[in-house]
Design a protein around this ligand. Structure first.
Ligand SMILES: [Zn+2]
Length: 163
């Protein structure tokens, strides 16, 4: 296992639509181990493949009581609304309030390539949505009004300079 470098805004891979995962082999398993390790090392609750520079529809998460690998994820149902603070390892964890559905159902493939569905609410639902967005080349800041989005980016760039 090894910790990968986390890609950060505005690296292009973060804005690309990921390619489908097609091979469910040992290599994928190892990649996911690295992704979990990278995520835990950065104190994150979810990490998508584009965040380590791979243009792939894949994420791992360990949020509340849900720990999973999701290949080729899609959100097949959502309902309600929640509004709370969200951050992203690729944007230096600068927080912003994002409105999201309160509940979401994820459909994805596990490491064996088997399809599964999982429903979540609250923070875990937010994680499903945030990570699936990454696979579609979308960042959480893309959900914000333009001014607010620019504020977050400016703050992130400033914090990066201080590091
Ligand atoms: Zn993120």
């Amino acid at each position: 296992m090894s910790i990968r470098k986390i890609t950060e805004y505005p690296e292009e891979v973060l804005a690309q639509i990921g390619k489908p995962v097609e091979k469910f082999d040992e290599e994928l398993e190892k990649l996911c181990e690295d992704m979990f390790e990278t995520m835990y090392d950065a104190d994150g609750v979810g990490l998508a493949a584009p965040q380590i520079g791979l243009n792939l529809r894949l994420f791992v998460m360990d949020c509340e009581d849900i720990k999973l690998v999701a290949a080729n994820p899609e959100i097949i149902a959502s309902e309600g609304e929640q509004s709370s603070s969200e951050g992203c390892l690729s944007v230096g964890k600068v927080p912003a309030v994002v409105i999201r559905p309160a509940k979401a159902t994820l459909r994805a493939q596990n490491l064996k390539g088997e399809w599964f569905e999982r429903e979540a609410e609250g923070y875990a639902a937010r994680c499903f949505l945030h990570e699936t967005d990454h696979c579609d080349g979308k960042l959480f800041i893309d959900h914000l009004p333009k001014m607010r989005r620019e504020m977050i980016i400016t703050k992130f760039k400033k914090e990066k300079r201080w590091k």
